[in-house]
Design a protein around this ligand. Structure first.
Ligand code: ATP
Ligand code: MG
Length: 182
């Protein structure tokens, strides 16, 4: 078999689990894909109110990389002062954006960041996410991140990695570090 594989089909990739590294793994794939001339779009489903370092660096990759921050911050924890309905609306908007991006056909890889949490917390319907996965042109790759990925999505995916926490500095009371955690 040649090095590039026999098929032009994209893949459905899931990064889940309780350990750190899901979003950064997806960004690693993006970096690799862009190096081969592919175009990547990342839509963030949950977070939107912290200033993540990647917001700055990804700008430098435009137009090969497009980042859309659609989420409304953490749901139900930390400093969440949004009504649940607002999160539902934001997550639906994010999903509509993904649909539009797919239908315009401009991107080879689409990262649905933290979407697994959104489904798990009930702000998105599993059925709607499954529809998007099924309906997409097969050449488009999707990367779904977030812990508690649904069994249905896992069954459908081609590649699933579970990040398992062995150690996290948070457990020692060390707070999130600039450049590593955000
Ligand atoms: P990263 O964005 O660093 O790749 P992630 O996508 O795997 O992490 P998320 O669940 O999206 O993790 O959480 C994002 C933030 O929470 C990151 O700052 C990360 O360091 C932190 N975090 C991730 N896993 C844990 C954990 N097991 N305990 C405490 N904090 C965590
Ligand atoms: Mg993440």
């Amino acid at each position: 078999m040649d090095k590039e594989g026999s098929s032009q089909d994209g893949m459905v990739i899931v990064y889940t689990g309780n350990g750190k590294g899901k979003t950064t793994a997806a960004l690693g794939v993006a970096l690799r894909a862009i190096g081969h001339g592919l175009k990547v779009c990342m839509v963030q489903f949950i977070k939107g109110e912290w200033h993540y370092g990647e917001l700055n660096s990804l700008k430098k990759l435009e137009p090969d990389f497009e980042l859309i921050v659609a989420g409304k911050g953490f749901i139900g924890i930390i400093d969440d002062d949004h009504a649940f309905g607002e999160h539902v609306k934001a997550a639906r908007t994010a999903l509509n954006i993904v649909e539009q991006k797919i239908s315009r056909g401009l991107f080879d890889v689409i990262i649905l960041d933290e979407i697994n949490y959104a489904v798990n917390l009930g702000v998105l319907k599993l059925e709607d996410v499954m529809n998007i996965i099924h309906k997409r042109p097969k050449k488009v790759s999707l990367i779904l991140t977030g812990n508690h990925a649904c069994e249905e999505i896992i069954s459908l995916a081609d590649l699933v990695t579970e990040m398992r926490e062995i150690k996290h500095p948070y457990k020692k009371g060390i707070r999130a570090k600039k450049g590593i955690d955000f």
